[in-house]
Design a protein around this ligand. Structure first.
Ligand SMILES: C[S@@+](CC[C@H](N)C(=O)[O-])C[C@H]1O[C@@H](n2cnc3c(N)ncnc32)[C@H](O)[C@@H]1O
Length: 373
């Protein structure tokens, strides 16, 4: 396309048809971003998403004094359902520990622990499951945001370590786990207009513009005019530091997502980027900078390929319903309370967390999975 040709933005307007908010749409972060855009030109969506979520001062996840992930906040995760999710993951970690001859030390490293709830639930469960396992387990949370790290350090028991980067750790055995972290990994947003691909960006009026680009890698060529979709986040950059931490490790990622064929299906014309605010997903991604969650489905095909490239053994994604049922085999036989059973039902129910969420396991080094399937 020649520069100067007008880009038809209808595809983006149809992908995000929500009424823009009036008062309150511009936040402190919004004002900073407008100044930056005036200086440097339109900001690609991937950078917009990164700043809105992870700006050190005003990013959505840097805010520690307000409810975000909870019933009272903007969205629920499996962790907010109650401690049973942590219990079931702890059961899985116990299976891995036992399958590898019960090492005397094993690090349980949570990535993106947010308010520490999942690690707290895992610690309580590990203590109940087995005294030797509890003695062997070291608990660590990796959290890149400084404000969130200091919040976590204050709210967690002293023996839980909080690190900025997983590379601060070493050890023979480790389990690395993350729930709903990959869906918040900044990614590019694309629009097909006039037969050419463009990258969606934000102008100083906080409106969409589209910048011409070469055809993005991995996206089929024959998609219809006005098609909006997202590219692949830097999964390799995310996994590489994790893959090298322990000589032998199990990595577990749980999130909503799909395979690449479904993501780039010609009928999925609006991609999967969306935002959450007060349990509603009908806000506009360019409103409330820093005041709402921005997210996209995880492309499990690319995640798996990035892991294989790094030499990890990767399992086929399994839906949460099946995965947690396997993890909880022994726990289920042990007469959980009715409150616990209700939580379990929510976690595996197809209309709640059971079908939309998948678990992907990866392994590094000479170790045994111990997965009871
Ligand atoms: C949606 S929250 C996680 C919610 C929590 N795990 C749960 O299940 O309730 C995402 C968290 O991941 C953190 N995060 C984002 N990128 C990260 C990275 N590369 N490494 C570690 N944590 C990250 C964010 O700061 C935020 O605290």
């Amino acid at each position: 396309m020649t520069s100067g040709e007008t880009v038809d933005l209808t595809g983006l307007q149809q992908a995000f048809p929500y009424l823009r908010s009036g008062d309150g749409a511009i936040s402190d972060l919004g004002r900073e971003l407008v100044i930056e855009i005036r200086k440097n030109g339109p900001m690609p969506f991937r950078k917009w998403m990164a700043r809105c979520l992870y700006d050190d001062n005003h990013g959505y996840y840097a805010r520690t004094g307000v409810a975000t992930v909870s019933k009272e906040g903007d969205f629920m995760t499996s962790v907010s359902v109650g401690p049973v999710f942590g219990r079931l993951l702890a059961e899985r970690f116990f299976q891995f520990w036992k399958a590898n001859d019960s090492p005397t030390q094993i690090t349980l490293l949570e990535i993106g622990g947010h308010d520490g709830s999942l690690t707290k639930d895992v610690i309580a469960a590990v203590t109940e499951i087995d005294a030797d396992f509890a003695k062997a387990a070291r608990h660590v949370i990796c959290e890149p945001l400084k404000k969130r790290r200091s919040f976590l350090q204050k709210s967690l028991p002293d023996d839980v370590r909080v690190v900025e980067s997983a590379t601060e750790l070493t050890g023979e055995f480790g389990i690395i786990f993350a729930n709903e972290v990959l869906d918040a990994y900044p990614l590019p947003l694309y629009l097909k207009s006039n037969g050419h691909w463009h990258e969606a960006a934000v102008n100083e009026d906080l409106e969409w513009v589209a910048l011409p680009i070469d055809p993005p890698e991995n996206i089929p060529e024959n998609l219809p005019e006005g098609y909006v979709t997202e590219g692949t986040p830097d999964f390799r950059g995310f996994l590489e530091p994790l893959a090298g931490v322990f000589e032998k490790s199990l990595l577990l990622f749980i999130d909503y997502g799909l395979d690449e064929e479904s993501l780039y299906h010609p009928a999925r014309t609006a991609g999967t980027v969306r935002c959450y605010r007060k349990h509603q997903s009908n806000a506009h991604p360019l409103d409330y900078p820093g005041g709402q969650d921005l997210t996209a489905d995880v492309n499990f095909t690319r995640l798996g390929l990035a892991a294989q490239d790094l030499g990890l053994q990767v399992s086929t994604p399994m839906n949460q319903s099946r995965y947690l049922t396997y993890c909880g085999k022994d726990w289920l036989m042990n007469a959980p309370s009715s409150a616990e059973v209700r939580q379990f039902q929510t976690l595996i129910h197809p209309a709640q967390f059971g079908n939309r969420f998948y678990a992907v396991e990866m392994m590094r080094g000479d170790c045994r999975s111990g997965f009871p399937a």
